[in-house]
Ligand binder design. Sequence first.
Ligand code: SAH
Length: 232
Amino acid sequence: MRIDVVCAVPASIESVVTTGIVGRARQRNIVEIVLHNLHDYADNRYGHIDDEPYGGGAGMVIRCEPIFACIERLLSERHYDEVLYMSPDGETLTQSIVNELSLKANLIILVGRYKGVDQRVRDALVTREISIGDYVLSSGELAAAVLIDAIVRLLPAAIGDVESALDDSFQDGLLSPPVYTRPAVYQGLEVPAVLRSGDHEAIRQWRYEQALRRTQERRPDLLTNLTAKESR
Ligand code: SAH
């Protein structure tokens, strides 16, 4: 998979794509991630990529020219499955969208800052718009980093134990059950006996019940969706 990120401040994403699971996946050629700095595509000698909004008002808007120049160049080089724009008014990111995107070959992720990007970019180039939640960041690099991390950890061989991605929260419509590690007793606090019993069927059952209970308590809406899906 190849992901191209088009943004104003690549340094804000650098650490996410060079360290941890994403960094390792890049080193092992599981994913190629290329960061593009919009300032390199500025069409004026000052390197300005934004300008005041038409109609007045506060804030700055990223201009069409550098974005079209960068994205059109990429599109001429290879086929992209999606040109994503990170935006608070996009579809809210869910595990199922992440799963879907993780199956693509080439993605472009565009991010804005200040007031966002000129609407003509969104109309002409962007194929899908994604929000990471109902709040506003000053700049989209962090949102792109969230999306990249969520996608890359699903790529085959990106994490050692594939199981550990498959049984995460949301993958089966439920939140994850509690997890414990050694020691068995810490400051008088005990790990549930069943997890130390070696009885795999009992452990599976306990985890399922705990996942169900946690979901009922914290996210009953997920259970409603699950029942609706199952009865379809
Ligand atoms: N004026 C815009 C917000 C722009 S925020 C509005 O009210 O909708 C500046 C940039 O940060 C955006 O271009 C986008 O790329 C990014 N951004 C901010 N919040 C985000 C969110 N919740 N999800 C995804 N991207 C976000």
